[in-house]
Design a protein around this ligand. Structure first.
Ligand SMILES: [Zn+2]
Ligand SMILES: [Zn+2]
Length: 381
């Protein structure tokens, strides 16, 4: 069977650094991981291929041999002989540590194989007004979480004695178990001890040995000025507690910004549509417009302004995150046709209309249109 080039498999250049190889490998391995592609034989084959490629290229000597001789370097008793050896210790553990680290936010893993209990991450959503996003705000959120059990001081043990535990026999104290899942070894948190590596001899009556209890917590969060819709704020260690000596999870707060009734925001730019009477648009003048910071601004409208025209107000736009700068505001005018005319308005407009038909100059769009219409009826186009 012809083998694919190892570098092509990982999607890297032949002179890729060890770091680049590792990154490329992790990306590919995550994509084709069987947990993400259950029952997909093609993904499984690809995953195997990716692992084989990395197993060779991460080793300087094997890589040098491969660069020189290609796959032939391993044809007689090398890494490729008889299929890839997945039971090989070391490599696999690394892969899974890395992968689980990635899946869970990149901070797990702990040092040197000792089990560390890690609390779960929690997610909270808040909705704020556009003006709150402009000025920045403080918000109080309530989250359903787990906190360390008071009765046992987070030890999970009646009598608060952390030493009163035995090494978990399921995982041998590692906190993780490996299971053969078809072709692959899968590592996961030990179901017996919940990842602590220890089984409590005399569990706490309140938390039943869990070391944590469910509780609602109130938290105040600071939303910075200039925040975007969809921003996620991470509060490290404000997630679920993990018992004494454990590492609490994180709290992720997702911020949604309610649409505003006057302003539309695009990054640091604000757009505001302002209606204009036909007489204002024709005669010109000054209008007053609202600004997101609560102030008012004046805008000069030149005579003969068309509907849809925009006027820029420098630095009257949205706040820029982590900066004192502000974007611009654009006023887009919409010339509005009046309805429900008074008798006098009607008279004036009728007079205006009479004058306009005799004096068509000054309506550029109409002039252009009627010229084209004439050509159309004359058969020119
Ligand atoms: Zn265990
Ligand atoms: Zn307890």
């Amino acid at each position: 069977m012809a083998k694919n080039d190892y570098y092509a498999t990982l999607g890297t250049a032949r002179d890729a650094s060890a770091d680049d190889l590792k990154k490329a490998y992790r990306k590919q391995a995550m994509q084709f991981h069987p947990d993400r592609n259950p029952g997909d034989k093609a993904a499984e084959a690809k995953f195997k291929e990716v692992n084989e490629a990395y197993e060779v290229l991460k080793d300087e000597q094997k890589r040098a041999a491969y660069d020189r001789y290609g796959h032939a370097a391993f044809e007689n008793g090398g890494a490729g002989a008889g299929g890839f050896d997945f039971s090989q210790a070391g490599g696999l553990g690394d892969i899974f540590d890395q992968m689980f680290g990635d899946f869970m936010g990149g901070r797990r893993g702990g040092g040197g194989g000792r089990a560390t209990r890690v609390g779960g991450d929690i997610r909270a959503n808040i909705e704020i007004d556009l003006t709150e996003a402009f000025f920045g705000t403080k918000a109080t959120i309530k989250v359903q979480t787990r906190v360390n059990c008071d009765a046992c001081d987070g030890t999970g043990s009646e009598g608060k004695d952390r030493a009163a535990s035995d090494t978990c026999t399921t995982c041998g104290g590692m906190g993780k178990v490996r299971a053969q899942q078809g072709f692959f070894l899968v590592e996961r948190s030990c179901p017996t001890c919940g990842g602590t590596g220890r089984v409590i001899r005399n569990p706490c009556r309140v938390c039943h040995g869990a070391a944590t209890v469910p509780r609602e917590r109130s938290l105040q969060i600071t939303v910075p000025s200039g925040v975007e819709d969809g921003t996620r704020i991470r509060l490290t260690g404000e997630g679920e507690a993990a018992g004494a000596g454990g590492q609490a999870g994180d709290l992720y707060v997702h911020i949604a910004i309610r649409p505003h009734q006057i302003f539309q925001r695009d990054g640091a730019t604000i757009l505001c549509r302002v209606p204009l009477r036909i007489s204002q648009a024709a005669l010109g003048g000054e209008i007053e417009v609202p600004v997101i910071d609560g102030s008012r601004a004046k805008v000069k409208i030149p005579a003969g302004t068309q509907s849809g025209e925009q006027f820029r107000l420098r630095s009257k736009g949205f706040s820029v995150l982590r900066s004192a700068a502000r974007g611009d505001m654009y006023i887009q005018v919409a010339v509005e046709t009046p309805q429900h005319l008074t008798r006098r308005q009607r008279e004036l407009l009728e007079e205006f209309e009479q004058e306009a038909t005799q004096h068509a100059k000054g309506s550029p769009e109409a002039e252009g249109f009627f010229a084209k219409m004439k050509e159309f009826f004359d058969g020119k186009s």
